[in-house]
Design a protein around this ligand. Sequence first.
Ligand code: PEP
Ligand code: CO
Length: 478
Amino acid sequence: MGVDNEQVTNENSNYHTSGDAWTPSTWRAKKIKQNVSYEDQEHLQRVTEKLNNVPPLVTPAEINKLRHQLEQVALNKAFLLQGGDCAELFDYCSQEPIESKLKVFLQMSLVIIWGSRIPVVRIARMCGQYAKPRSNEMEMYEGKEIHAFRGEIINGYEPTDRKPDPDRLLGAYFHSAATLNYVRSIIGSGFADLHNPDEWSLHHVRSKGTRQEYQTIVDRLTDTLNFMKTIGADVPFSPLTNSLNSVDLFMSHEGLILDYEQCLTRLLKDPETQSLKWYNVGAHFLWVGDRTRSIDEAHIEYFRGIRNPIGIKVGPSMQPDELKKLLNIVNPDKEIGKVTLITRFGCDNVEKFLPGHIKAVKESGHVVVWTCDPMHGNTKTTSSGVKTRHFNSIIEELSKVIHTHKNNESQLNGVHFELTGEGVTECIGGSMELSDVDLEQNYRTYCDPRLNYEQSLDVAFLIAKYCEKERNESLPAL
Ligand code: PEP
Ligand code: CO
């Protein structure tokens, strides 16, 4: 239940404090990176007044549920799968792209559960992933300097539509709402029913091996479910899934545009403690990017005040001491699993940086969720100038991260991918063996290259096989 809206609106828009006191707007007093300058401030104000009053997209109860699930992940009792587009477009708010993304995500999680025999927590980069940090604010187009494309929450991709437009903040909210509404509807109507996993057909998977591997899992699962039904044990089977008929799926995006995030931050009753807490009700989980995570700056100031579980991207420039300070700022109570550290070093940098970060976290006394984003450190440009990623580099980073954790008495708890459910040709390699020259066939991303449907399943099988091997090795010999 919400508190007095009047009070919240006033706090959201006017209240600034110094020292340690926090409100959704204290970030405004700090230096900010990746800021957006809107020409018409009155227009911006009209939009934020509207956004201050739109209904929540997610509830404190759901956010708390994810907090508890991530605690289990941090304690190595569950595994985190996070993924989706680099940049969502407003046009992806449409039946087919939503269904295909959900399908690949659910299939990947099923494969990983099968291999690891632990629950998988699913967080999609979806229903709000509309903002992109850019290295340069401006770029050249036909001899003229124009704003770079910064995601549809800010401006359009067309060179003539690059001026930041406040109405796009509203566009982001309403497209998130419509996408989430359809996700909730299809999950509620049995789309994720584990009794029919073979209805998520693999028709456009080219590799026979992948199709067969998936079919084997589905057949064995169906057999097990039939057996359970026969003996009357067809009941909820995991603390992380509501029932066999449905799944939990949480939504996330990079918390980059603080004008937007502030409006969606509401003082609401925590259903567990009955006390009032600041929840970001625009997503279950938000992360801060590698470019905006400076300790004394606006984004970290914003992130330290919200009750949601949060992610921090950790790239090569993160200093171990800085990491310790950062954890103490955003999670002073050392809540287990509150913070997910998403490492993204590049496959050649893992051994150089990860051990120092693991050591720092151990010394800090924080228990975090460690996940690996093997995408953002492995972006390359082909000789013809196309931005791509090699499947092998992605797997190499993932494998090095798993082993480096192991060698440093730590454990990888999850993975973070840029992927799509469609048959795009943006990353090179995988079981369908895409090469440089194939990229032009269906290169559709407006930002970073994503794993396609088949490459996403490939990764899931590799993870599942690794987990299965680990499980078998930890079994006592007969
Ligand atoms: C992203 O996840 O899309 C991104 C921009 O990542 P990073 O902040 O790690 O560069
Ligand atoms: Co990206």
